[in-house]
Design a binder for this molecule. Sequence first.
Ligand code: NAP
Ligand code: MG
Length: 466
Amino acid sequence: MEAHDGMYIDGAWRPAAGGDRIEVVDPATEQVIGRVPAGGAEDVDAAVRAARAALPGWAATPPAERAALLGAVRDAMAGRREEIAATVVAELGAPPAFAAAVHTDMPTAVMGSFAELAASHPFEERIGNSRVFQEPVGVVGAITPWNYPLHQIVAKVAPALAAGCTVVLKPAEDTPLVAQLFAEILHEVGLPAGVFNLVTGLGPVAGQALAEHPGVDLVSFTGSTAVGRQIGATAGAAVKRVALELGGKSANVILPGADLGRAVNVGLANVFANSGQTCSAWTRMLVDSARYDEAVGIATAAVAKYVPGERLGPVVNAKQRDRVRGYIRRGVAEGARIVAGGPDAPEGMETGYYVRPTVFADVEPGMAIAQEEIFGPVVVLIRYEDEEDALRIANGTVYGLAGAVWGGDEEEAVAFARRMDTGQVDINGGRFNLLAPFGGYKQSGVGRELGAHGLGEYLQTKSLQF
Ligand code: NAP
Ligand code: MG
């Protein structure tokens, strides 16, 4: 795809107000692969005005018609599968198979799920002598990160459109090309002008202008806790709805009765997928002391499968690479033991933002590498003495986004999961469910995405009494 030198506003590609550009870089080659405009407050304002103007018409469009358009978007995404995957390979550095299966097919399926929800959702109910209506919140400002670039866009735009909201999207500066491709698709299926608008640009400029704009009714943000905190404060001051999907440091709890080989192998695959750049990754592996050394051995052997440049892609940019390597050095300084990987570039990979898949043993729960989100291919193995100890460690961070529990007995695993302060837990390798609510406890966020719960974020209720 050729990059558009413009913003998609009010149904057309329009020149940006200023002349600044963002260079898009392929993290595997470090080559510039495209340029997009770096928008500012003027562009955001034009986009919000277009979204406001389009709101009454779209909100009044019958849900079945909105559903039909979302279904057409789904089909168009499926039709451009190769192009979407190639774009994510180029701008994120994702391995091709993962780009197709996860970065392309998953958001396509999520779009389909919201087409179905738009058609079937009860937007009206009776409660006693009242008719209660679920109405669109209004204009949505969506600010998304680069790690699952299209999934995170779709997880906001699809439910917003299903609900009858209109949208201004500010995608991550590192991955604007797949956002432009998505805008092309929405245009092709004939979404009315102004219902979806795209402003590319830098977070502290375009992102902040969108988060602060008085014409935005709901800000939906996914990214770092630092920026999320700021966006939440701004929204709170303006008495505006806000949804925040922030970081995580999720625990993979392997109970004494669990299948250790499977739990360790699936646990590593979970972390190393997407080069460790997954907010819900199980980056802390908790193993009982009796089997701890065995788990370290299994993990050390399993790392060999994650060859940089093959199954393991680069991280998104030089800053992230340096940040991740900095954490690996910090872990060593804190007294943890590297059993695989390390802070240096993988052998023979001088070009590209590659990090060696790294496993730490002898990690204490209070260490920075056990508390902070590293966002790279790094997993820490922590020893626990008994179940209460495991629970204390699992719940002992500021985050609470996801997790896993493995047990010989499913009921025992469920009982443990119910005591975890976290939003999603996979039991004995349970599969991702794109209709299940996704979101954080504690500082991992506010609100839920996906499925009926995700749709609910974009609705507000009105009661009429009779
Ligand atoms: P980030 O800065 O929070 O980026 C997320 C989005 O917010 C991007 O579109 C970003 O624009 C925008 N943004 C940045 N500053 C803003 C501001 N002041 N006002 C409004 N919007 C703003 O995250 P990052 O710098 O890409 O990554 C840093 C760390 O965040 C990672 O290492 C990781 O720990 C965490 N992270 C978490 C997730 C997650 O899914 N929970 C995703 C990505 C990153 P720019 O693209 O221009 O920065
Ligand atoms: Mg940033």
